[in-house]
Design a protein around this ligand. Structure first.
Ligand code: FES
Length: 141
């Protein structure tokens, strides 16, 4: 069901846009990811806190269109509580499906959420590897 025959937005997009979940920042984030859309200049940033390989908490901020705001809300809801590998498997298609489909013009907005999510996980993984390297160096001394 959509908001109306003339609306390009599904009910799910409108719900996430009007009541976005997980908006804000995490001061103690374990990973931060940013993605931008060259075509429109919209930007999204996602913060994740990871405990026992699960995304314990997640926040996002978006400077963008209503669909991008909805995609940020949807991708953070999809990732929250998931194992880091499951969250890493979230794609733009996953986000689009969660939102009940997007118009051709708005399809790139779902990339923004998925890419920012992937960047946050990459940042988390990179920090873990760097910490492991530091631990290894200290053991060698
Ligand atoms: S119009 Fe560019 S992210 Fe939505």
């Amino acid at each position: 069901m959509t908001t109306g025959a003339d609306s390009p937005y599904s009910d799910a997009v409108m719900d996430h846009f009007r009541r976005p979940r997980n908006v804000g920042e995490l001061d103690d984030a374990d990973g931060v990811g940013t993605a931008g859309a060259d075509t429109c200049g919209d930007v999204m940033r996602i913060w994740i806190r990871v405990r026992d390989d699960r995304i314990e908490d997640i926040r996002y901020k978006c400077r963008g269109c209503p669909t991008a705001i909805a995609c940020g809300s949807a991708v953070t809801e999809l990732a929250k509580g998931r194992h880091i590998d499951e969250a890493d498997a979230i794609t733009a298609d996953t986000v689009e499906t969660e939102l009940g489909g997007l118009s051709d013009e708005k399809r790139h907005c779902s990339n923004l959420g998925a890419e920012a999510m992937a960047e946050a996980i990459w940042d988390y993984t990179h920090r873990c590897i760097s910490a492991d390297d530091r631990d290894g160096e200290s053991q060698d001394v």
